[in-house]
Design a protein around this ligand. Structure first.
Ligand code: NAP
Length: 309
């Protein structure tokens, strides 16, 4: 098959994709993009991936900022482009405003029998795949709403002003994620099925992660910038707030699992993206803490997922 044939095949496949498959593709392609950056040589990866504390340079022994080593033209180009396109780390707050706006949009669509949700539901139903109950969709929606509302609340109440920045691509990826995840909650639901067990299993996991992530963020906000977090879950994990993030999406995947399966496939793709994205950042955090506070400070701690990573 030539290039034309490949493109034609791709376009035909895309035009027949269900909304759930489109959401899955967004998550998996984003995860693949993050993985591709993660395997780049160390200096390039650092420029593209690091933000916040991980980007803070250690002063040299005489107290002056360390010299940047001589770089090839490609690294210098990446450095220039990423330096030039930084946005404040505090702009994370805009993700949760967008996420809350999406939550409200889809709820209004549901309550008013809106054309957009009907179009999504019709094209998903045409694929006649197994679906979740309305109660499950409502719970998944409420979990996403609660998570975004708590994160926005944190930005207004506990998170301290900071000069730290991130590459604009992180910010754009975040937007794409929150747009897609809020649609994902709805795409696999419409018919009735037995679902109470899944909802009962998912709710305590969600609440555990939701509450503990708040405590992690509170602890980080109380620290002098930048020091070693050691309280609560930070005794055993480098980034327990990321552990909680993964648990949150795992619980939503269980809560909204369609008939006959224990996990919602679209949410599992979202979880894969979250775990990949945060896994790369958690590895950078371990490296930075190790270099800044000594190897002993990170020994015997999991980056993010116990017994795995
Ligand atoms: N769903 C997703 O794909 C996704 C992606 C990214 C993040 N998130 C979630 O968003 C939340 C925040 O993530 P993040 O990557 O921004 O976390 P982070 O880099 O650990 O930063 C969180 C906050 O803590 C501060 N901080 C971090 N380390 C510190 C230290 N050693 N000493 C003092 N202050 C410190 C940061 O200050 P500065 O602002 O000065 O850096 C920032 O205000 C997490 O719960 C994460 O799970 C989700």
């Amino acid at each position: 098959m030539g290039w034309d044939g490949h493109w034609q095949y791709l376009l035909t496949t895309l035009s027949h994709a269900t909304p759930a498959e489109c959401c899955q593709a967004v998550f998996l392609l984003s995860a693949a993009g993050v993985l591709a950056v993660a395997v780049l040589p160390h200096d390039a990866k650092t420029l593209l991936v690091d933000y916040g504390a991980r980007k803070a340079r250690k002063p040299s022994a005489d107290g002056r900022p360390q010299e940047v080593p001589n770089r090839g033209w490609l690294l210098s180009l990446i450095d220039t482009v990423t330096c030039w396109s930084q946005v404040p780390h505090s702009w994370f707050s805009s993700f949760y405003v967008v996420s809350l706006a999406c939550s409200v949009f889809w709820l209004v669509q549901y309550l008013c029998d809106g054309a957009v949700l009907r179009c999504v539901a019709d094209s998903q139903a045409a694929a006649s795949q197994r679906s979740a109950t309305l109660g499950q969709v409502a719970l998944g929606w409420f979990m996403m709403f609660l998570q975004s509302a708590r994160r926005e609340f944190e930005h207004w109440t506990i998170i301290k002003p900071s000069k730290s920045t991130m590459w604009v691509v992180h910010w754009l990826l975040g937007f794409l994620f929150y747009f897609t995840i809020n649609l994902s909650v709805w795409v696999e639901g419409s018919h009735d099925a037995q679902s109470l067990l899944k909802m009962a299993a998912a709710t305590p996991v969600f609440l555990f992660a939701w509450i503990n992530q708040y405590w992690c963020h509170k602890h980080l906000a109380e620290l002098k910038k930048y020091s070693l977090p050691t309280a609560g879950m930070f005794r055993h994990y480098i980034c327990p707030h990321y552990t909680c993030e993964c648990l949150l999406y795992l619980s939503i995947a269980i809560a909204t699992a369609p008939r006959g399966v224990w996990l919602n496939r679209t949410m599992v793709c979202a979880l894969l993206f979250v775990a990949t994205n945060l896994g790369v950042t958690a590895a950078g955090t371990r490296k930075w803490y190790g270099e800044t506070f000594g190897i002993g400070s990170v020994a015997n701690k999991w980056n993010m997922i116990p017994f795995i990573f």
